[in-house]
Design a protein around this ligand. Structure first.
Ligand code: NAD
Ligand code: LMR
Length: 327
C-alpha cells in the first residue's frame, strides 16, 4: 500500500467542492491504488463550517477504501500542513453580468495569504492548482508569495475550456468525442482565451479540414468556448460546478500521468509571445508525476497571433491591476 497523499482543498463546502471531494476519495484523481487524506479548508464562518461537517459526514458514509483521514479547518496553516497537493477553489464566483476579472480585488487577497502559508507549511513536493477566479492571475498572485516552492509548481486550470472545446469540435464534425485530439487552450481563462483549432485533429485529420468552415472556427467556435461559463451562469443562475470539478480531476490526473499532453495555465516564461511573468494556458507534456514541460513547437498563423496578443494583453492588465498586492 502506498503512503497516503495529503490533498488540501479550499472552498471545500462550496459547489465545486461538493462535486470534487467524492471523486478524489474514490481514486479518480490520483488512481485506484493511491490512498488520500483530505485536508478541507473553509472560511471561518459558523454556517459554512457546519456545512463542511456535513460534507465530511457524507464522505465517511461512502466508506471509500482509499480515504485515510479528513481534516476540517478554517485555519489555512493547519489545512495546508504537509499537503502534497493544494487545490485552491475557495473564492467568490461571479454572478450574471460580471467578468471574472471583476473578482480580482476580493479574491486576490485570499491568494496572497494562501500562497504565503502554502510556501511556509506545505510538503517539500507540494503542487498547487488554482481554480478560483480569475484563475490565471490568482495563481500568479499565490506564486508571487513563494520563496521555497518554485513557480512551476503553481498551475491554473484551463482544462474546463479544453473539454468544452473538444466537445464543440466533436459535435460540429459529427464525430465521437474521443476522435478529437490536440485541442489546446492558450492564454486567460476568460472570453479572450484562444482554443487553437489549427493544431487539433479529428480522426487523425486536421480538424480545420474535417470541419471545413473557417468562419465557424474563428467565430462561433471561439466565442462558444470563451463564453461558456457565462452561458451556464445565465442558464443555471450559478456558475459551473460539476464540470469544473470534473475538469480539475482531469487537470491533476493528467499532471500525475507521465506522457499526458494537455492544456494548463503555467508561468509563461515568454513562450508563444506571452509576457514572461503572466500565467497563460498552453500545451504541456507531463514528464514525471507533478512535473511537465511546455510544448513549444506549434506554429501560429496571423489569426492565432492576434488572438494570442489579445489574451496576453488582458493578462498583463490583470497583472498591472494587482501590482500593488504582489510587490
Ligand atoms: P461557492 O461560492 O459555491 O464556494 C466557494 C467556497 O469558498 C465557499 O464555501 C466559501 O465559504 C469558500 N471560501 C471563501 N473564501 C475562502 C477562504 N479564504 N478559504 C477557504 N475557503 C473560502 O463557489 P464555487 O461555485 O465552488 O466556485 C469557486 C470558485 O471557482 C469561484 O471563484 C468560481 O468563479 C471558480 N470557478 C473556476 C472555474 C475554472 O474553470 N477555473 C470553473 C468554475 C468555477
Ligand atoms: C466557468 O468557466 O464556468 C467558470 O470560470 C465560472 C465562470 O465564472 O464562468
Amino acid at each position: 500500500m502506498k503512503a497516503p497523499l495529503r490533498v488540501a482543498v479550499t472552498g471545500a463546502a462550496g459547489q465545486i467542492g461538493y462535486s470534487l471531494l467524492f471523486r478524489i476519495a474514490s481514486g479518480a484523481m490520483f488512481g485506484p491504488d493511491q490512498p488520500v487524506i483530505l485536508q478541507l479548508i473553509e472560511a471561518p464562518v459558523e454556517k459554512v463550517m457546519k456545512a463542511l461537517e456535513g460534507v465530511a459526514m457524507e464522505l465517511d458514509d461512502c466508506a471509500f477504501p482509499l480515504l485515510k483521514g479528513i481534516v476540517q479547518t478554517s485555519d489555512a496553516s493547519v489545512g495546508f500542513k504537509d499537503a502534497n497537493w493544494c487545490l485552491l477553489i475557495g473564492a467568490k464566483p461571479r454572478g450574471p453580468g460580471m467578468e471574472r476579472a471583476d473578482l480580482l480585488k476580493d479574491n486576490g487577497k485570499i491568494f496572497i495569504e494562501q500562497g504565503r502559508i502554502i510556501d511556509a507549511v506545505a510538503a517539500a513536493d507540494a503542487r498547487i492548482a488554482v481554480v478560483g477566479n480569475p484563475a490565471n492571475t490568482n495563481c500568479m498572485i499565490a506564486a508571487s508569495q513563494a520563496k521555497r516552492l518554485p513557480a512551476e509548481r503553481f498551475t491554473a486550470m484551463v482544462r474546463l475550456d479544453q473539454n468544452r472545446a473538444q466537445t464543440q469540435l466533436a459535435k460540429k464534425a459529427g464525430a465521437d468525442l474521443t476522435a478529437v485530439k490536440n485541442i489546446f487552450i492558450y492564454g486567460n481563462h476568460s472570453p479572450t482565451m484562444f482554443p487553437a483549432y489549427a493544431h487539433a485533429t479529428i480522426g487523425g485529420k486536421p480538424a480545420a479540414e474535417v470541419i471545413n468552415d473557417t468562419a465557424w472556427l474563428q467565430g462561433p467556435f471561439c466565442e462558444t468556448v470563451g463564453k461558456r461559463g457565462a452561458a451556464i451562469i445565465a442558464a443555471r443562475g450559478l456558475s459551473s460546478a460539476a464540470s469544473a470539478a470534473n475538469a480539475l480531476v482531469d487537470h491533476v490526473r493528467s499532471l500525475v500521468t507521465p506522457g499526458a499532453i494537455h492544456s494548463v495555465a503555467v508561468k509563461s516564461n515568454g513562450h508563444y509571445g506571452f509576457d514572461a511573468l503572466v500565467w497563460a494556458g498552453m500545451p504541456v507534456r507531463t514528464t514525471t508525476p507533478g512535473s511537465y514541460e511546455v510544448i513549444t513547437g506549434y506554429a501560429m498563423d496571423d489569426f492565432a497571433k492576434s488572438k494570442l496578443a489579445t489574451t496576453n494583453k488582458e493578462l498583463m492588465e490583470e497583472r498591472a491591476f494587482v501590482a500593488d498586492m504582489i510587490n
